[in-house]
Design a protein around this ligand. Sequence first.
Ligand SMILES: [Zn+2]
Length: 421
Amino acid sequence: MAVQQVFPLSCVVQHYAWGKMGSNSEVARLLASSDPQARISEDKPYAELWMGSHPRGDAKILDNCISQKTLGQWIAKNQDCLGSKVKDTFNGKLPFLFKVLSVETALSIQAHPNKELAEKLHLQAPQHYPDANHKPEMAIALTSFQGLCGFRPIEEIVTFLTKVPEFRFLIGDNAATQLKKSMNSDSQSVASALQSCFSHLMKSEKKVVVEQLNLLVKRISQQVAAGNNMEDIYGELLLQLHQQYPGDIGCFAIYFLNLLALKPGEAMFLEANVPHAYLKGDCVECMACSDNTVRAGLTPKFIDVPTLCEMLSYIPSKDRLFLPTRSLEDPYLSIYDPPVPDFTVMRMEVPGSITEYKVLAVDSASIVLVVQGRVTASSPTVQTPIPLQRGGVLFIGANESVSLKLAAPDDLLMFRACCLL
Ligand SMILES: [Zn+2]
């Protein structure tokens, strides 16, 4: 009998303080739906669900016939399940970590180093940069999801410099003037002017930041109280961030970075050196296996402003939505394939009128999350079909095709992470 290549997983919840509380959290709701034993504490944040073999959150195997307890242990013994190219390229490890995030309060303003910088940072400061790998990330909205991503077009930043004098004060007249002048110039001048402005802001003295932020908060609050609309300077968001992180320099980042409001199914891709922050909502996220994050605000964690200012891509752009492509083989499949080797995410949306659906075999290990619907899964190496409902997570070994029987009338929504080399 061939080794069983498909089995359900019980995944690890991380209760970080920024997560949504109790059953407000999609993470908690998925958990409660898939596991009737799970008790959700309404006074606890359910921030992340980790679907993978990371040592700090190795998924448990829900199958007593398999002798290994966790996915990491199983993969160590069954290397072929990774797929031949993946096994060789990533030294016998699953190259990605798949997650669900439920964000209540903003996560830090951050960027992730490319491989070259990651190696350097890890060598210089391993206590802050725990490994030598890059960490590209992709977030796909499950509910409406708000985040900051990449630098805004220069015209927008220049407009904020006029409309928000507190912001201009921190940047200073010289840098602000230089940015305005760069508007009709080449991309090199734009990048250098933008870097100068952003660095001035981030390196402002704490005392001055607090003063200017208090002035801005007071001004917005008074205008709002008087019934005036302050949305041209994102008044509501500024007040909200200031409430979450009083006096934090990161509150001003909304005037530099694009504000994205993703609808379910829409995605953003965070390549190396792109500044970003998740603000609110639920998403699935996939990332390369790494913990390297350079932070500079909206966080109580270690911040490294000089490294962040130095490393960022100072490329203004409005287009930050990452678009999936439609599969030619499968009308229900959308593929989010970022320009990095480490991972690809697929979204499968199958109408309830379909009774049977085949999950395509790929030359990579996969992890599948059921967000909506009920199925039973069978494959050549599985003896008894595996029932899965909303919140269910399935591991699929490389080159294994899985057929799903849908329980009518529910539509089926699933996400799959894999590595297509
Ligand atoms: Zn990030």
